[in-house]
Design a protein around this ligand. Sequence first.
Ligand SMILES: [Zn+2]
Ligand SMILES: [Zn+2]
Ligand SMILES: [Zn+2]
Length: 209
Amino acid sequence: MELKTTVIAFICPGCGETIVRDINIFSLSGGCDIDCDCGETLNIKVTQNRKVVLSVPCLACPEYHTIRLSSASFFDRELFTVQCPYTALDICYIGHRDKVEKAVSDNKKYLEETFSANKNGEIERDILQEMYDKYDNPMVMNDILLIIRDYITDGAVECGCDNTDKLRIDIARDRVVLACNGCGKSKEIRALTENDVTYMAELDKIVLK
Ligand SMILES: [Zn+2]
Ligand SMILES: [Zn+2]
Ligand SMILES: [Zn+2]
């Protein structure tokens, strides 16, 4: 039997180094940390239902971006790219070694150009300002929305009926309400801190009440 492995690469926001690691299904079981020498960490957890949850430090904004992948996507995709949702910069690659290495070297050049052009950060500030007008913590809100969509896509939202196509998402400044139009059940999901993101990412399913 072939041992499932993948390569993960991220650019450390602490020191600018590119960290590349091989991950196999055994080193992943129970989760793991990929540490940079400077103290920055990319954290990987595995949920009970075999979802891989990554918390990736972002070099473009001061947050960690949390993504949730099936273990099939984590191990079988040739190349999966994690982007910062505010700057659209690539911050992490997962996949086959040759594809990841090529993506890293292509991205390096792009980053150097972008960062010297945006040294004063004005472009990022404008995008962020627009988001801050709408949400208390736009980065967290964005992660929460992505994660909720993932549960919906997986059919991992439980309510009082067969909720296919009946789910509704209402977004406020600091929270999201996920509700079912079929049976009227709902759940309020806080979207203020990184802890809210981690909590949501590690559930097996969302249960509406
Ligand atoms: Zn570092
Ligand atoms: Zn970011
Ligand atoms: Zn329902």
